[in-house]
Design a binder for this molecule. Structure first.
Ligand code: BTN
Length: 257
């Protein structure tokens, strides 16, 4: 195979490697707005202002994490766009299993956890509108994976973990990135080609959430299933309620919830 090309001889999409940035999301969104190709990836060694979900910060120690943002010009009907986030969670869990033997599980919608502690986080930011090549929505998928942290700050110590803490091994960031992109391309391809069915089945098999108690967006009960569009189905005892977005509230006494 020609270096830098895939099995069909197509040029591999670029990986933009940076040192210190505020956020790879910001860099990738700017590149996307300037017309960067689908599946362009931005990777950095350290973020000064890493973004987490719901306006939270995402912190890292320099060189200690995989910090990547993937530009995606998805070939998906609009109602299926949210499933990209669950698809990415499946890809991250599969990559961690392949590259490090980590038995990662998924908390709805897209936290990747081991033993109830978060090992990777995923953030999707979409940009709609614009003309020309930008007429279709562009989504930037940010993935942060804790790789070699031996300790975490006190506020994260009970809820976060790393590949090093789980396996005793220091995995190379680029090895994780390479496998992650393979898994991402594979699961994204299935999502765009076949719909959400296969990804949904894999997400359910990896789920930490289904069958357990949840409280999300004011809906409390037992998580019973994932809908065809990625919504969480919650049995409240009197009805099955759909929750399309949000974050599961912590359950008292359970690390990482
Ligand atoms: C979460 O809150 O769980 C999502 C965290 C996402 C962090 C990643 S790190 C790479 C990319 N750049 C950012 O600023 N955030 C995402």
């Amino acid at each position: 195979m020609t270096p830098g090309a895939d099995a069909d001889g197509r040029a591999a999409p670029p990986v933009v490697r940076l040192g210190v940035v505020d956020s790879t999301q910001a860099v990738a969104l700017e590149l996307a707005e300037r017309g960067a190709a689908d599946r362009t990836v931005v990777v950095a060694d350290h973020q000064r202002a890493g973004r987490g979900r719901r306006g939270r910060a995402w912190t890292d120690e320099p060189g200690g994490s995989l910090l990547a943002s993937i530009i995606v010009r998805a070939r998906l009907a609009m109602p299926l766009l949210p499933t990209l986030s669950l698809t990415t969670a499946v890809a991250v869990a599969e990559a961690l299993r392949r590259v490090a033997g980590v038995a990662a599980r998924l908390k709805w919608p897209n936290d990747v956890r081991v033993g109830g502690r978060k090992i990777a986080g995923i953030l999707l930011e979409s940009h709609f509108g614009g003309g020309g090549a930008e007429a279709s929505p562009v989504t930037v998928i940010g993935v942060g994976v804790n790789l070699v942290q031996a300790t975490f700050p006190p506020e994260l110590a009970e809820v976060a973990t790393s590949v090093l803490l789980e396996t005793g091994r220091r995995v190379e960031r680029d090895a994780v990135l390479g496998v992650l992109l393979e898994e991402f391309d594979r699961w994204r391809g299935r999502l765009e080609g076949e719909g959400f069915g296969a990804v949904r089945a894999r997400w359910l098999a990896l789920s930490d959430t289904i069958g357990g108690p949840v409280s999300v967006n004011g809906v409390a009960g037992t998580a019973v299933d994932l809908a065809e569009d990625g919504a969480l189905l919650v049995d409240t005892g009197s009805a099955i309620r759909r929750v399309s977005s949000g974050e599961i509230d912590p359950v008292a006494g359970r690390a990482g919830d």
